[in-house]
Design a protein around this ligand. Sequence first.
Ligand SMILES: NC(=O)c1ccc[n+]([C@@H]2O[C@H](COP(=O)([O-])OP(=O)(O)OC[C@H]3O[C@@H](n4cnc5c(N)ncnc54)[C@H](O)[C@@H]3O)[C@@H](O)[C@H]2O)c1
Length: 261
Amino acid sequence: MEVSSNTPAVVTGGASGLGEATARALAAKGAKVAIFDMNEEKGEAVAKDIGGIFCKVNVTSDEDVDAGFAKAREAHGQERILVNCAGIGNAIKTAKRDKQTGEISHFPLSAFDFVIQVNLVGTFRCIAKSAAGMMTLDPLSEDGDRGAIVNTASVAGEDGQIGQAAYSASKGGVIGMTLPIARDLMQEGIRVNTILPGIFNTPLMNAAPPQVKEALAASVPFPKRLGDPEEYAKLAMCMIETGYFNGEDVRLDGAIRMAPR
Ligand SMILES: NC(=O)c1ccc[n+]([C@@H]2O[C@H](COP(=O)([O-])OP(=O)(O)OC[C@H]3O[C@@H](n4cnc5c(N)ncnc54)[C@H](O)[C@@H]3O)[C@@H](O)[C@H]2O)c1
């Protein structure tokens, strides 16, 4: 599907990092972009900059997501593109012993559930509601292409590190559901693909001290640097625009395989 002038698109997590870069890449091709994010200040600023709209959406809320799609569709028409980038992480061991006191504790289940709700259920919520909307559209090509969906997992969905049980489970869920969702939607001409980013230079990473960033960069086989959000956006655009790209989970990681810690 060619992204052309006025193609309606929704990007979750579009206020920052990988989502922001993708929102900008879509807008550069003329797409009308609606940003779904909880960060109102940054989301409004990006939307203004790219001639799109901001919708204050928490992807864990059914009401928020419904209201976001209603607002986006009213402004731009039914979206043909959905890119899911909203996500969070935490780092807690499944069970641990305090080195000083010997006290034993375990991963609080509420913290585990929260990550699953945002990264996995939130992504599925947006996919299901967007796909139902896309199904009302006329096909664009002889193939019957109606729309394209891109999700964001993580290399941690395959090689999760110490403390990443919840994050890895959520991203592994996104990886695992890509093919069955593509199969669910195959007769409706809606393609679904997922990107597994390695370590990318986003605001999330900017919080880390320079020596930590240097060590992370050195751990990448080639090229020895963090990924550029624009490289993520390039792959997302390729997945959207290449009609034969469907049901795939693709690592974008400079050949990194994460060590236990
Ligand atoms: N940066 C990396 O190295 C990296 C690596 C692998 C995977 N990822 C994944 O890529 C995605 C984007 O990460 P990023 O690095 O751009 O992070 P980021 O923090 O820069 O951007 C994430 C955006 O998601 C929004 N968000 C968080 N929870 C939300 C919710 N419940 N509802 C709506 N919006 C919400 C935030 O406000 C933020 O604007 C995440 O899913 C992350 O897990 C990032």
